[in-house]
Design a protein around this ligand. Structure first.
Ligand SMILES: NC(=O)c1ccc[n+]([C@@H]2O[C@H](COP(=O)([O-])OP(=O)(O)OC[C@H]3O[C@@H](n4cnc5c(N)ncnc54)[C@H](OP(=O)(O)O)[C@@H]3O)[C@@H](O)[C@H]2O)c1
Length: 245
């Protein structure tokens, strides 16, 4: 029996597929634009290709995401799986029920859909990925001033390899419902992470701390997205950057 991975071409999905294959799983990798090989075409926004993609697998690892439409996509996936004992594994984000960001509120709703689906499930919340932090800082190279802006709050970024290892454990162990959160090995200020990015990438810019109004920023400032008690022992942000630059 195989494992369907939605979001298989994403930052986390690519690594999950690699690790599942290495450990002998029969992997079906879902994409809207499948590559030759073991991938299948499907679109969770329209539902096209999804019934065929889920047919006959024993586990679905749901990693597909988009800025909007995740609730509808998750609902469509659950309907396509149908009643039965397919193990649905979902990756969410630490603090989705505490931080009123629209994307997070949608993820909390996806968790609720999965919990009430009647399917055996595992929900793993993780902190922000190293790849996301890198993208936030890297995109600012286009700012026509020698500055990098960083919010005045902490982050606990994690390597996708560490999240993928945890997901593979869940797939092998079977349904565990909501499991303890996982976070990166260090809690650091965004300003210090931005400085590491500048140092490692050889860019000369000044890091500027910014405070923002509103409940979303307040929740980040309060650390609602952190889980220091569940820090992984994996790759730090600096170790991740050292491999990139
Ligand atoms: N990024 C973070 O810091 C972070 C932290 C904690 C948890 N998470 C969660 O971890 C999961 C994976 O995140 P990620 O950063 O690896 O995602 P990502 O790199 O943004 O990849 C998104 C994936 O979703 C797929 N996708 C988008 N729309 C789709 C659609 N309509 N139908 C089918 N597939 C669709 C894309 O596949 P194609 O383009 O090939 O179709 C792509 O593989 C998400 O649930 C995310 O919320 C992320």
């Amino acid at each position: 029996m195989g494992v369907l991975v939605t979001g298989a071409t994403g930052n986390l999905g690519r690594v999950v597929c690699e690790k599942l294959r290495e450990s002998g799983h029969d992997v079906r990798a879902l994409s809207r634009r499948p590559q030759p090989g073991q991938s299948v075409r499907g679109d969770l926004r329209t539902g096209e290709g999804i019934p065929a993609a889920v047919a006959g697998v024993s586990t679905v690892v749901h990693l597909a995401t988009a800025p909007r439409g995740d609730v509808e996509a998750t609902s469509r996936l659950i309907a396509a799986i149908g009643p039965g004992d397919t193990h649905l594994v979902y990756t969410s984000i630490v603090g989705v029920d505490r931080i009123p960001l629209a994307y997070y509120t949608a993820k909390a709703e996806c968790e609720r859909l999965i919990e009430t689906s009647g399917l055996p499930f595992t929900i793993q919340r993780a902190t922000q990925f190293h790849t996301l932090m890198l993208r936030w800082f890297h995109v600012q190279r286009r700012i026509p001033m020698p500055l990098v802006f960083a919010p005045r709050c902490d982050f606990q970024p994690i390597d996708v390899h560490d999240v993928a290892d945890r997901l593979v454990e869940h797939i092998d162990a079977g349904p565990r419902e909501r499991v303890p959160d996982i976070g990166g090995p260090e809690v650091r200020s965004a300003r210090s992470l931005a400085q590491s990015y500048l140092d490692m990438s050889g860019r000369h810019r000044r890091v500027v701390g910014v405070s923002l109004p509103g409940r979303v920023y307040s929740a980040f400032h309060a650390g609602d997205h952190l889980t220091p008690d569940h820090a992984s022992r994996g790759r730090t942000f600096d170790e991740f950057l050292a491999e990139r630059f």
